[in-house]
Ligand binder design. Structure first.
Ligand SMILES: *Cc1c(COP(=O)(O)O)cnc(C)c1O
Length: 392
């Protein structure tokens, strides 16, 4: 009988050592030894990727984290990286080359936008943005030299959602790789491979760690694609440290319970915010008034842990709100046990023009809440008292 993902997130472990340890040990070693010169020679054979040589290449603690992530996403294999950006950059560099073209959703993570617009052109790789809320614009953005479609769903911070099955079918028709950043949903809420994605990647720094402690990244997908990516990461060096992998692997044991609570708290908060007079609109994938609610319900098991809302009074009200919070942390990270508030218009997205901000769904009074694991009433109470201060 096959086990449930909740069980496998806990029970997938590397082989025990002769110490018969219960929890996975931390293999904090940079290299591994051989019994003989012949064994060492065999380890370096091109088709022999299973023997541990050096922790830039592979490490048992890192492998446990990869095995869990591949399993939870329904993928054949995976590669871990030092950060989410290393996963994204490594994926671009492995599968794109001079003269290629990539189509990306316009609402992508800030550093991903920088890679697409500032660095890829240096190597002769062009990109085109399409609007995720207009999926029919996707096909027309694809050119003969397009090699990849890249997107996040739900997006940051707009929480736009695209039909993964539809996007995958367009990619299949045009024979291009479909890559999804599944950072906001996590495999506890959405498994893009099930809908036809070729590669799924994560900033493990966020909900996968879940306590704001370590940086990490991971890419999972079909074995042949992962092997190419693995060789790129192994040779160029942005590998995940065994220590961070150990932290992340422990984190996955609690991923499902945490995501249940994140999503419960987020839905409660979203519903309560809809009744607040100082708030003009609220967005959460599992609120019925979300423009892509039906798609969210079709492809997500829960609405995730991020809620956004618009404060009446624009940028000034947004700043007043942040300055008035007593418990909730004001920081740019997300996916933490502690609730976090941020104001994209005056921070992460302040370099965009007003029109660019509008195009990716950032209004002057937009507040993004990464809903934590505290009691829902305490989170709401802090937000309500801060909203009181915004009424002018
Ligand atoms: C944070 C984040 C990244 C980048 O990950 P790092 O671990 O910070 O390098 C990429 N995509 C999304 C959606 C993110 O939230």
């Amino acid at each position: 009988m096959s086990q449930h993902p909740e069980t496998r997130a806990i029970r997938i472990q590397t082989e025990k050592t002769n110490q018969k340890e219960h929890a996975t040990p931390l293999f904090l070693t940079s290299s591994f030894t051989y019994d003989s010169a012949e064994q060492m020679a065999a380890a370096f054979a091109d088709d022999n990727l299973d023997i541990n040589i050096y922790s830039r290449f592979s490490n048992p603690t890192v492998d446990e984290f990869i095995a869990k992530m591949a399993d939870l996403e329904g993928a054949e294999d995976g590669v871990a990286t030092g950060t989410g950006m290393a996963a994204i950059f490594g994926t671009f560099m492995t599968f794109l080359g001079k003269g290629d073209h990539i189509v990306s959703a316009s609402a992508v993570f800030g550093s991903t936008h920088t890679i697409l617009t500032k660095y890829l052109p240096k190597w002769g790789i062009e990109s085109t943005y399409f609007d995720m809320t207009q999926p029919e614009s996707l096909a027309s953005a694809i050119r003969p030299n397009t090699k990849m479609l890249y997107l996040e769903t739900p997006s940051n911070p707009g929480l736009d959602i695209i039909d993964l099955e539809l996007a995958a079918s367009i990619c299949k028709k045009h024979n291009i790789l479909f890559v999804v950043d599944n950072c906001f949903a996590t495999p506890a809420a959405q498994q893009p491979i099930k809908f036809g994605a070729d590669l799924v990647l994560h900033s493990a720094t966020k909900f996968l760690d879940g306590q704001g402690r370590v940086l990490g990244g991971v890419v999972v997908g079909k074995k042949d694609l992962i092997k190419q990516l693995y060789l790129f990461i192994r040779n160029t060096g942005p590998s995940l440290s065994p220590f961070n992998a150990w932290v992340l692997s422990k984190s996955l044991e609690t991923l499902f319970v945490r995501m249940d609570r994140h999503a419960d708290n987020a839905l409660k908060l979203a519903k309560a915010l809809e009744k607040e007079k100082a708030v003009s609109s609220v967005r959460y994938p599992f609120l019925e008034n979300h423009p892509q609610y039906a798609i969210a319900k079709k492809q997500m098991q829960n609405g995730g842990g991020i809620v956004t809302f618009d404060i009446k009074g624009g940028v000034d009200a947004g700043r007043t709100f942040l300055n008035s919070l007593k418990m909730i942390s004001v920081t740019n990270n997300l996916g933490d046990s502690r609730t976090i508030a941020s104001h994209p218009a005056s921070t992460t997205h302040s370099k965009l023009t007003a029109d660019e901000q509008k195009a990716v769904g950032i209004t002057p009074g937009l507040i993004r809440i990464s809903v934590g694991l505290e009691h829902a009433d305490d989170i709401l109470a802090d937000i309500q008292q801060a909203l009181q201060k915004c009424k002018s």
